[in-house]
Design a binder for this molecule. Structure first.
Ligand SMILES: *Cc1c(COP(=O)(O)O)cnc(C)c1O
Length: 394
């Protein structure tokens, strides 16, 4: 097949999966929210009772819903996912001058939060079968570049302590957490999960976010469940949960009328009006994920017969929420990737490339990193396909 034919067959394949994609005004976003349950009811309750801000029963209810759904002992709702992740770093004592291991293939927030702590990201490579951390490669990097001194992992080249590692479940697909956890134990590195995209995704039957000491979720408008803007911290450690609550509520010491704050805290609490939306959304999360998995299966079926490409499939250990479906060109080819993107967007199919790898961004260009063969391969061959849950209805 010529390159031209391959590109055309990809567009035809996507159209076959998306209902109504032939019509002239059809438009398919990557991921659109739908409000078909109690959303308006609960929002109305907030407005009518006046409980719209940082106190109110929906926040408590939403946190309970998240605990029940994920199995985390504690969930602390925050103003957004970035705030949750920033707090996670503070909770595992990332200090100014530390390094934090971060995937190069991630949304920019994962790197930004390290900078918020006056620490430096040290970027690691991902691999195409999981879209997550290449654990073996990272182990080799740490073995030859770092030294464990007492309870610290020290980067021999920079002299800085590598305090933590952020694992990320790319587009909802769980990375290989068990060997990663072993690696962190061996090198005395604290494990955080950026589970912003993976609500409803499981690793060997356990919800993502429960392997690290702390994890961050996001409820931004394009995520699987939305609160408008919002996030949450998950942890099984009651002391960490207590500190998380304290840090995200301006470190105010509870008192009937007094204002005493015992450290620099943050205004990171989720408002009640956002939690109200979240409570309604959580009532249909089972259906949402079912629809998304059905849509993923349709993409897989159609593209099974199209040469030159594959649709990303969850690893054997994983049950994925398929937040975003991923098409991978067999051969990394930015030219072909961009022509598919152009042809798809020309007919209203809002396909997107992966994020620019973080070490290529101006603020992160001088950060330490491993070799990036896997991440480069993914960046140059990956296309995200429209994945809104309603597209996967019966
Ligand atoms: C969405 C997202 C975040 C940040 O969440 P916000 O709620 O948008 O602040 C962080 N990391 C990843 C991987 C994300 O996809």
């Amino acid at each position: 097949m010529s390159k031209e034919q391959i590109i055309q067959s990809i567009i035809d394949g996507i159209k076959e999966v998306l209902p109504g994609s032939g019509s002239p005004n059809a438009s398919f976003e990557l991921h659109e929210p739908r409000f078909t349950g109690n959303e308006l009811n609960y929002l109305k309750q907030c407005v009518e009772t006046g409980w719209v801000s940082s106190l109110g029963e929906f926040v408590t209810k939403f946190e309970k819903d998240l605990s029940n759904f994920t199995g985390a002992s504690h969930a602390i709702a925050t103003s957004n996912g970035t705030a949750a992740l920033h707090t996670c770093l503070m909770l595992v004592d990332v200090k100014p001058g530390d390094e934090v291991l971060v995937p190069a293939l991630t949304f920019v927030a994962t790197g930004n939060v390290v900078a918020y702590c006056a620490a430096t990201p040290n970027f690691y490579d991902s691999e195409p079968h999981t879209l997550g951390v290449n654990v073996q490669k990272l182990r080799e990097y740490l073995a030859s570049n770092c030294r464990v001194v007492g309870s610290d992992c020290v980067n021999k080249a920079t002299g800085r302590r590598i305090r933590a590692l952020i694992a990320m479940h790319t587009f909802g697909h769980p990375c290989d957490l068990a060997p990663l956890k072993d690696l962190c134990l061996d090198f005395k590195i604290r494990l955080i999960e950026d589970a912003a995209e993976s609500l409803g995704s499981y690793y060997k039957g356990v919800h993502t976010g429960l392997f690290g000491e702390v994890a961050a979720l996001s409820f931004n408008g394009n995520k699987i469940v939305t609160t408008g803007g919002g996030g949450a911290i998950l942890t099984s450690d009651p002391e960490i949960a207590r500190r998380a609550r304290h840090l995200t509520t301006t470190a105010k010491v509870s008192h009937q009328w007094g204002f005493f704050h015992d450290q620099v805290g943050y205004n990171y609490r989720m408002p009640n009006i956002n939690a109200a939306l979240g409570c309604a959304q959580m009532e249909s999360i089972g259906q949402l994920i079912e629809n998304k998995r059905r849509l993923a299966a349709r993409y897989q079926n159609v593209f099974n017969n199209i040469p030159g490409v594959r649709i990303f499939k969850e690893a054997n250990y994983a049950r994925s929420n398929y937040w975003l479906n991923v098409l991978l060109l067999e051969k990394a080819d930015v030219g072909a990737r961009d022509r598919v993107l152009a042809a798809a967007n020309a007919v209203g199919i809002k396909a997107r490339p992966a994020w620019t790898l973080l070490y290529k961004l101006p603020m992160f260009q001088t950060c330490p990193r491993t070799d990036m063969a896997g991440s480069e391969l993914i960046e140059n061959s990956l296309i995200n396909l429209p994945s809104s849950p309603h597209l996967g209805k019966h």
